[in-house]
Design a protein around this ligand. Sequence first.
Ligand code: NAD
Length: 409
Amino acid sequence: MQAFEATNYYFEKAASLLDLSSNIKTLMVVPDRELRVEVAIEMDSGQIGNFIGYRVQHDNARGPFKGGLRYHPHVDQDEARSLASLMTWKTAVVDLPFGGSKGGINCDPKQLSRSELERLTRKFVEKIHDFIGPDKDIPAPDMGTDAQVMAWIMNEYSKFHGFQPAVVTGKPVELHGSAGREAATGYGVMLVTREALAKLGKTIQKSTFAIQGYGNVGSYTARFLAEKGGIIVAISDAFGAIFNQEGIDLAALDKYVATHGKIVGFTGGDSGSNEQLLRSPVDVLIPAALGGVFDASNAAEVEAKMIVEGANGPTWPEADEIFQQRGIPVIPDILANAGGVVVSYFEWVQNQQHFRWNLDQVRREEEERMVSAFHKVYELSQKKSIPMRTAAYMLGISRVGRARVLGGI
Ligand code: NAD
C-alpha cells in the first residue's frame, strides 16, 4: 500500500459514515494541482546536482493551501499527495481558514553544505513562486527544513512579488516569525496527551513515555512532557535509541546532541534499537519521525497503553485495525500534531496585521484551539463508538464538504 492510498483508506472509512454524495467524495480525494519541478544547482564541487521538487495542492475549499516542505530522500509525488491530503483534514479539524498542501525536495539535507541548501531552496522558489503566496499556498517547515530555509523562501519570493512575509510560516522570530512557532507542534502534542491521559484517569506526571525521533517535534514534545513531570524512558533518532527507566536527562542529552549530531553514544542511558523502542512497555508511545512506522508485522508487539501520533502517517491501516482490536487508543496525526499549523496560522495572521503577539498569547490561543479540537473529536468518537481517527476525519471531512457545497464547484 502507498501512503496516499492509506490516507484515502482512512478518508473512506470516515466518509462512509457521513451522508456525502460520491461526486463530493471524489472532489475531496483528488488533489487540485500537482507540481513536479527539476531543481538543478551547482554543487560546491562544481558538479551539477539534479534534484526533483514537488508541491501538491490538495484542497482549498476553506482557504489558501497550507502545508510543510520536506527535504528527505524519501520525498516523492505519492508521499506529497498523502501529506497534502492530511493537511486538508488537519486544518479543518482545528478549524483554521486554510486548505491543505505539502511538498518537498528529494535530497539528503545532511549531505548538503549550507550554501548548497540555500541554492537549492532559492532555485525551488524560482520554479514555483507563481503557485505560492499569502493567499494561495503557504509553506512551512517539516522534516529536514527549518526557520533558516523559510527565511530563504521569504527572501527569494520577495524578489518576484515584493515584501510578503505571510508567504511562508515558521520563519525566524527576528524575521517576521512568531514566538512559539518552533516549539508549537511539540507543545500541541503535550496538550493532547494531557487531555487524552485525563480521559483514562491519569496525568502526565509520573506517566512513562517513549518517543521516536528527536528532531523538532520529538525534542520539544519530550521537553514539555518532562516539564510536567513525565518520565521519558526511551528516545530514538535515525541512528538508534537510548533507554533509561529513571527518566532520560534531557538537558544533558541536548548538550550531547549539540556536539555529536545524534543521540547514539549518549552515556545517560542504555543503547538499543528503534524496534526495541516501539516495543517499550510505556504509558504513551509517541512516533515523531517518519511515516509508515507501525505495520502488520510490529503492531501486535506494541506494549504501550496509548499512542499519540506526533509524526504524520506513522500508522498503516493494518496496524490501526490491530491497535483497535487490542484496545490501544491512538490519538491521530491530524489532531495530535496540529499545533504546528495552528501557530503557523497565528504567524500568518500577525504578518497580515503587521502586529506581534507575545509568547503567552500564542500559547494561550494554541491551547484553546488544541483542547477544543481534542474534545470535539473525543466526544464524537464516544457518541458514535468509533476510533478517534475516524472521528477526526469525520469532523474534518464534514467541514471541508460543507465549504465545498456552500462555495459551489
Ligand atoms: P526533523 O527533521 O526535525 O526530525 C526528524 C527526527 O526523526 C530526527 O531526529 C531524525 O534523526 C529522526 N529519524 C529519521 N529517521 C528515523 C528512523 N528511521 N527512526 C527513528 N528516527 C528517525 O523533523 P520534524 O519536523 O520533527 O518532523 C517529524 C515528523 O513530525 C514528520 O512526520 C513531520 O511530518 C511531522 N510534523 C512536523 C511538524 C513541524 O512543525 N515540524 C508539524 C506537524 C507534523
